[in-house]
Design a protein around this ligand. Sequence first.
Ligand code: FE
Length: 337
Amino acid sequence: MTTFRLTRVLIAILCCTSLLAATSARAEQVVVYSARIEQLIKPMFDAFTRETGIEVKFVTDKEGALLARLKAEGRNTPADMLITSDAGNLWEAAREGLLRPVESEVLESNIPAHLRDPGKQWFGLSVRARTLVYNTQKVKPDELSTYEALADPRWKGRLCLRTSKKVYNQSLVAVMIDELGEAKTEQIVKGWVANLATDPLSDDTRALEFVAAGKCDVTVVNTYYYGRLMEKTPSLPLAIFWPNQAGSGVHVNISGAGITRHAHAAPAAIRLLEFLSSEQAQNLFADVNMEYPANPRVASAPAVAAWGGFKQNPINLVRAGELQTEAVKLMDRAGYR
Ligand code: FE
């Protein structure tokens, strides 16, 4: 072997060794794009790093921006995992080919079937219940029953709703379309609009404040907004009502995650996803935002459990994604802005 060839071989070996080193160093880090804000994810990531030594880097932004970024970056994306705060956007990410299916017995055993994608591309990690909240000085709980009943003329001028632009309401209406059909759902949504005390509001907290101030009597919100507000001002005349308990149950959505199609550190990212579904992390994941654990073996935080048990609508959330466009059109036709 000539010196020249030997040098080339040596260079090749050195080069490969450093490449390998770079690859394995990289494998010890997971990059997450998250629509959940830092304070709602960092405690779990820190716990994961303590347990596994795998570092978690994350970027937080709005769902739309993160999906656009994943799409634009294609195979060059640094992201291994996408976290969102609703099923609709995970469904959209899967449909756009931005996620990959994950085979995991751990995930299938930890997360109930209706809270994960049948195509295995995303998994719910916390449950968010969208329920009724009423003014205790103006409404007796036995006057309430279902989401549909809020369309009854007896609620004229007494209902507050968040804008139909929010995916939470789009999912609720999508699930109603699946269950009741389009014509019936449209009739109900028109009834809601006819009963509004005020134009649709920008967010759930505002809707709760309007009910507390007596500007309307009842609204539909995610329970954690109620929890946060009552923690700040326990004297507010507000209470939760669980609707549709004799029928399909309370509409729930999820905060959840999927592994990106072009993940560089897929095995480590799957390990993180499994960790997030575990009994150890589920408390943290749900409790930081007063949500419900997706893993049924984990109990809710005491403050959340105090709101009482309820029956969840067991419909698979993939239906909410599939019917979302129809829901948006229907709400538009019904005049729900
Ligand atoms: Fe929210």
